[in-house]
Design a protein around this ligand. Structure first.
Ligand code: PLP
Length: 480
């Protein structure tokens, strides 16, 4: 069994095993014609259930054959140009190479004595990001497992900086289309059930600053504490970007921590064309970035950045066995002092490899392409009488709904759109997402693949219309 341990004596075995795996995946990627096979849970579950984990195959090739059957064949492939559903990007090759290196070396980024250069590389990526944001000379941050954890940590710091023991008095203001991790965080942080105030959005799904000012005023009048305003720079559904400079002004006026959730919109930090859309982000006290959304990085790769490094102390605890207090005076850089996690992946290496091979402009160009594609998709949808499209995109999502000329019952239109999404998924021809707007069911394209073309968009819209029409035709037959 020792032959499976990765060490000096097994380097050749390691090389051969990994190459076998890489070859399988490469072959799969090269021949995948659809983003999904349409496999059902009922078809797939028995194949996985049938595997007895207590009877190993002892042979890498046989295990890879089995993996083909239970995973690779039916996986949902984000690299395919007709995967248009959630905030999953195709990944760049230098980052995948980074992933292979980091898991083999297996550094843990909690302490210097488990990572050495890894710690410094992560710190340099954090500095690079805070400089791109413009957070100033005292800024710092740390990698996290994703936007949910980044938002949680940011709000933890905001709670501690609010300096009150009356948790029930704390209020967090976020737009009504902000990410649900804001609510989850409030709950985890022990805030009251009314802690998160949903601020209305305008036609473009951006937080209404007049409404925010009104809510902050009400909060002050009621003797409550405005703990934080969460501005979203790229809402999950609409890609809308809240008015950051105005929100910054209000945060200053009412003494609230400004957190910018740029999990999605952070790609603009590298953009050559659209960086101006997130102007004002530099005023934030904290920022969430998800490199695994718009920097074309594999999951996971996220960070929380702060204007004032000192605020990270709210996540600091010392353990004699790991990061004793004396190490601070000895200037030993232990990233665990800033993190909610202890053992932590060296995700920064993926972005490091990406920046060293492609450069930031390379990433920015890819993200600009998907923003341009979304703008073109919006024009197509706006000109197509079969569809109602909600907002002109500031990033790369399109929310729309099939509206048949002959049907006026909104509930029937809901059912036709839900059916179309399901039928498309079952066919595997394309994968799209769905959401609700004003109580009605809509469909959503999240465009993160520069390989997707306007021809793909047109073709998928035709497929959606075809499925919806089929549903309505059958529904008419049923009624007769
Ligand atoms: C705006 C926004 N914030 C936070 C998150 C959570 O990020 P993660 O899925 O990486 O935890 C998402 C995820 O879609 C998001 O869209």
């Amino acid at each position: 069994m020792r032959s499976h341990l990765l060490n000096d004596t097994t380097a050749e075995h390691y090389r051969r095993s990994v190459i076998q795996g890489v070859e399988r995946v490469a072959a799969k990627l090269a021949t995948t014609e659809r983003p999904f096979t349409g496999v059902t849970v009922d078809a797939l579950a028995p194949r996985i259930d049938a595997i007895d984990l207590d009877r190993p195959l002892h042979d890498t090739a046989a295990v890879l054959d089995e993996l083909e059957d239970v995973y690779l064949r039916d996986a949902v492939y984000f690299h395919h140009p007709r995967y248009l559903a959630h905030l999953n990007c195709p990944v760049v090759i230098p980052a995948v190479l980074g992933e292979a290196v980091l898991s083999a070396v297996n550094s843990s980024l909690d302490t210097w004595d488990q990572s050495a250069g890894g710690t410094l590389i992560e710190r340099k990526i954090i500095d690079w990001t805070t400089r791109r944001i413009g957070l100033g000379p005292a800024a710092d941050g740390v990698f996290t497992s994703g936007g949910t954890q980044s938002n949680l940590q940011a709000l933890l710091l905001a709670r501690e900086e609010a300096k009150t023991d009356h948790l029930a008095k704390l209020r967090v203001f976020a737009s009504e289309v902000s990410h649900f991790s804001v609510q989850k965080s409030a709950k985890l942080l022990g805030l009251g059930p009314d802690a998160v105030v949903a601020v209305p959005v305008d036609h473009d799904k951006r937080m209404q600053t007049v409404a925010l000012a009104h809510e902050l005023e009400r909060c002050a009048e009621a003797g409550l504490v405005p703990m934080a305003v969460v501005a979203t720079a790229g809402t999950t559904d609409f890609g809308s970007i809240d008015p950051l400079p105005e929100i910054a002004g209000l945060c200053e006026q009412y003494g609230a921590w400004m957190h910018v959730d740029a999990a999605y919109g952070c790609g603009l930090l590298a953009s050559l064309k659209y960086r101006g859309r997130i102007d004002g982000i530099e005023h934030a006290d904290s920022v969430t970035v998800d490199y695994h959304k718009s920097f074309f990085q594999p999951v996971s790769s996220s960070a929380v950045l702060v204007r004032d490094a000192a605020t990270l102390r709210h996540a600091t605890y010392h353990a004699e066995y790991l990061n004793p207090r004396r190490m601070v005076t000895e200037r030993i850089p232990n990233q665990v002092d800033k993190s909610l996690q202890t053992t932590r992946r060296f995700d920064a290496l993926k972005l490091w490899m990406t920046l060293r091979v492609m450069g930031a402009d390379g990433i920015g160009r890819l993200f600009d392409e998907v923003c341009d594609l979304a703008a073109e998709g919006w024009r197509l949808l706006a000109a197509d009488p079969r569809f109602d499209v909600v907002v002109e995109p500031a990033l790369s999502t399109l929310v729309f709904r099939y509206i048949p000329a002959a049907v006026t019952d909104p509930a029937e239109i809901d059912r036709a759109n839900l059916y179309a999404r399901k039928a498309l998924f079952a066919s595997g021809d394309a994968v799209v997402a769905g959401t609700k707007v004003a109580g009605r069911h809509y469909l959503k394209f999240t465009l993160l693949n520069p390989e997707t073309t306007t021809a793909d968009i047109t073709a998928v819209l035709d497929l959606i219309a075809g499925h919806a029409e089929q549903y309505l035709g059958e529904s008419l037959d049923r009624a007769c």
